[in-house]
Design a protein. Structure first.
Ligand code: NAD
Length: 343
């Protein structure tokens, strides 16, 4: 079957990233016909790369060759542009956050249902190798049953760009990075949420959050800490996972880290007391070498289709989307709940 003809709307940081992926990774399935950006300078960058550009969004929508658009504009524009594209008979792949709240999201889904066109959200971090390792730990249980997961991203560069600093554009780090980490966590644990507590940070003095720390309890008993920081000059690990027989740590996207499993209980092999500050401790001493073994982290592998290939199969063969709209909505609902705690 023929590749799906796409146009990219918004040729900024992410629009150009999509262009590279669409053009080089799934060429047989996705065909990039052209791009449109409201800024002439971005149109020029696109043309300099040999891409066709459109003069307006309306011109894209009127082009009968275009079957689908990829929306990569600031967050507050996702709803109106997605709805316009769906009504014009196009399928839509939309950047995260799909919308600023569940009400807007439901409006898009209603139009998608009316028109019969597909709406798919780019929650790409379900394919991140570090996440895939945690998913493997969770499912295959090499260190036992996971009961606590800490997921963090720490930066020291503040909030990037212009529109991300403003509420009216859907700025702030919960909607920017938080949505990725929450999407991963909810997809992984796959249990309703019993409780969430959040604390936002405003270290930089912007009107939007520059980070947050949240504590989530799932109904299946699993507890999660999800944290985003943009003023962290010293990083904490990307992941810290506690399970019934061991602990795993993944430091960063380079996948460095370790996984340590208990082979004997501490009652059988007592650790040696150590000097701790001005005191002595056995409780906090490292376990004796006989009591634990250090294992390599599992290899990361996605046992599911790539994002763009799945998009192709959803459009051409009515396949099930890997990123389901019910899941996207659950994450948006959680985000709403978190923002409500701020008020
Ligand atoms: P950006 O500011 O770099 O790019 C946005 C582009 O949209 C700009 O070039 C701007 O001129 C253009 N634009 C603005 N209004 C427009 C309009 N009405 N019509 C056409 N073009 C318009 O921002 P970005 O970092 O590329 O973010 C864009 C979207 O991608 C956001 O929703 C963001 O959350 C998302 N994003 C996703 C990821 C990811 O990993 N999935 C990463 C980065 C950004």
């Amino acid at each position: 079957m023929a590749a799906v003809n796409f146009a990219i709307i918004g040729y900024g940081g992410m629009g150009s990233y999509h262009e590279k992926n669409l053009m080089f990774s799934e060429k047989e399935k996705i065909n990039l016909v052209g791009v449109y950006d409201i800024l002439e300078e971005r149109q020029e960058v696109a043309r300099a790369k040999g891409l066709s550009t459109y003069e307006s969004f309306e011109e894209v929508l009127a082009d009968e060759r275009i079957e689908a658009v990829l929306i990569a504009v600031p967050n507050d524009l996702h709803k109106s542009m997605s709805i316009a594209a769906l009504k014009a008979g196009k399928h839509v792949v939309c950047e995260k956050p799909a919308t600023l709240n569940t009400e807007e999201f439901d409006e898009i889904l209603a139009v998608a249902a009316d028109t019969g066109n597909r709406f798919i959200v780019h929650q790409n971090r379900r394919w991140d190798p570090d996440f895939l390792i945690v998913r493997d730990l969770y499912q295959s249980q090499p260190i036992g049953s996971v009961f606590q997961i800490e997921s963090r991203v720490n930066g020291a560069n503040g909030i990037p760009g212009d529109w991300r600093h403003l509420k009216k554009h859907g700025g702030g780090m919960l909607l920017d990075w938080g949505i990725h980490l929450l999407d991963q966590m909810l997809w992984l644990v796959d249990s309703p949420i019993k409780d969430v507590q959040v604390d936002f940070s405003y270290v930089l003095g912007d009107e939007v959050d520059d980070g947050f720390i949240s504590f989530i309890t799932f109904e299946n008993g699993i507890k999660a800490i999800v944290e985003v920081g943009t003023t962290n000059y010293v990083k904490l690990p990307r992941w810290y996972v506690k399970a019934t027989e061991g602990t795993a740590r993944i430091d960063d996207w380079d996948l460095s880290g370790e996984m340590v499993r208990a082979v004997q209980t501490s009652n059988e092999i007592m650790p040696q007391p150590i000097q701790a500050g001005v005191g002595l401790t056995k409780t906090m001493a490292p376990p004796s070498e006989d009591a634990t073994e250090t294992l390599s982290l599992p290899k990361a592998s996605a046992e599911y289709d790539s994002f763009y290939s799945n998009v192709y199969h959803v459009i051409r063969d009515d396949a099930t989307p890997i990123v389901k709209n019910t899941e996207v909505r659950n994450v948006l609902q959680l985000i709403e709940q978190m923002f409500e705690q701020e008020e």
